[in-house]
Design a protein around this ligand. Structure first.
Ligand SMILES: NC(=O)c1ccc[n+]([C@@H]2O[C@H](COP(=O)([O-])OP(=O)(O)OC[C@H]3O[C@@H](n4cnc5c(N)ncnc54)[C@H](O)[C@@H]3O)[C@@H](O)[C@H]2O)c1
Length: 426
């Protein structure tokens, strides 16, 4: 199959390379020339483990090419995957401008039958909207089908998730079209859920909202653990062993971030209001999540006193380990609070370079923590788990470590003379 993937972001680039692995010829299209030039040079412009090797391998074998020329790309493909961004609008809704633009181009340039697959996370009814836009621009009435196939990969684990998904959801009113999409994934063993487009679209929002709910549940419970002197990680372990609950997304921390959970929960809330339904549980999920960075800062200031002129090291800028994505990262909220309190902020991240002028960034942890009053762990990078904390103790001004991700061992840090504070920890 000749497959076109539109939108060379995290999802589109991963999807394109995974389709190459499945034996298809792929064109990757994006409007951003810099991204396309970088990909054509064999350089991934974002950080995602395993993907750069795959990119070079498929470029060398001419299984994938990248372009900004939409007409040629659309006309030379049989199947088109839409993977453009659907960011949050000011009113909380998903912004469909990029999806609409792509649909318009497909309608304008369609030259023979095309199967159009929507991978972007889109509100219920978008497959219909895309169909209508293509029809309006498709003057010669060339046949096409639109199928919903939401993506469930996680940044930091994108390749493995896209290659071994838990399930493949395919939504369409046309069984033939849905079958054609399922045939693209014959090498995968995941169960395939065949359903309507509307159901497929809602499954995606429901899944992300439920995962966000699990995170907010454990985060709120961690506040109770703080008061009761009980270890939240032991609670999570005890709960997670129950198969009905499962161990995932039960790690207490600073709250969820990234490009998906915040916007997807908001989008589902907005949709539900349009239908006159109040998903109050999700309102609580959002409000608990928004409270976590401030709760953490309050913990720091209860110990350090006034934060003005205190030197604070923030370890981690990415919203989670394994990615350089800082969209909606709790770490950035924490830095904002510290700067407002006039602290002197020093930051480190193994893969993110910040453009913030008000902070000083270092390339190694020991330089970052030199002479600081406190160290704040904001991203769960392996590097911080593996750190020799006795060396940290030697160079800091005050030995306070606030672990916003509960990744360190309190006993080991205490042994080297560090005062350790976790989330929901005795
Ligand atoms: N990032 C994730 O972890 C993840 C996981 C599952 C689903 N999703 C969903 O997948 C979609 C894409 O997410 P992402 O993180 O890859 O986004 P992204 O912002 O990283 O990439 C989107 C790309 O689309 C390109 N684009 C915009 N308009 C275009 C056009 N007219 N023609 C060609 N390219 C165009 C942009 O230049 C950009 O490179 C979103 O709907 C998101 O919610 C994301």
């Amino acid at each position: 199959m000749n497959v076109l993937v539109i939108g060379m972001g995290y999802v589109g680039t991963t999807t394109g390379l995974v389709l190459c692995e499945q034996g298809h010829k792929v064109i990757g299209l994006d409007i951003d020339k810099n991204k396309i030039n970088s990909l054509n040079d064999g350089k991934l412009y974002f950080y995602e483990k395993g993907l750069d090797e795959l990119l070079i391998s498929h470029l060398n074998r001419e299984n994938i090419t990248f372009t900004t020329e939409s007409m040629d790309a659309i006309q030379s493909s049989d199947i088109i995957f839409i993977c453009v961004g659907t960011p949050k609008n000011e009113d909380g809704k998903a912004d469909l401008q990029y999806v609409r633009e792509v649909a318009m181009l497909i309608g304008r340039y369609i030259n023979n039958y095309k199967l159009i697959v929507i991978k972007s996370t889109v509100p219920v009814g978008t497959a219909e909207t895309v169909t209508n836009i293509i029809m309006e621009n498709n003057r010669d009435h060339i046949p096409f089908d639109v199928v919903s196939n939401p993506e469930f990969l996680r940044e930091g684990n994108a390749l493995s998730d896209a290659t071994n998904p838990d399930r493949i959801v395919i939504g369409s009113s046309n069984m033939e079209a849905a079958k054609m999409v399922s045939e693209l994934f014959t090498k995968m063993t995941a169960p395939i859920v065949m359903t309507t487009s509307k159901t497929a679209e809602l499954v995606k929002y429901a899944s992300n909202s439920f995962l966000a709910l699990k995170i907010s549940f454990i985060n709120e419970l961690s506040t109770l653990c703080d008061r009761m002197n009980i270890d939240i990680d032991e609670i999570s372990m005890g709960m997670g062993l129950d198969h009905r609950i499962g161990p995932y997304f039960l790690k207490a921390g600073l709250g969820y971030g990234g490009s998906c959970f915040p916007k997807d929960v908001d989008a589902l809330l907005t949709t539900s209001k349009e239908y006159g339904v109040n998903l109050s549980i999700l309102e609580q999920v959002v409000s608990i999540n928004e409270s976590k960075p401030l709760y953490f800062i309050e913990k720091v200031s209860r110990t350090l006193g006034e934060l003005k002129n205190k030197r604070i090291a923030v370890l981690g800028l990415a919203f989670k380990s394994g990615t350089d994505d800082t969209r909606e990262s709790p770490s950035l909220r924490i830095i904002e609070y510290l700067l407002n309190a006039q602290s002197i902020v020093r930051v480190h991240d193994p893969v993110v370079t910040t453009s913030m002028k008000e902070v000083e960034q270092f390339t190694n942890v020991i330089d970052t923590v030199r002479d600081v009053d406190a160290v704040l762990i904001c991203t769960d990078w392996e590097e911080y788990k593996q750190l020799d904390w006795s060396k940290v103790k030697e160079v800091v001004k005050q030995p306070f470590v606030f672990d916003g991700r509960n990744i360190l061992n309190k006993d080991e840090l205490t042994k080297v003379g560090i005062h350790y504070y976790g989330i929901g920890k005795p």
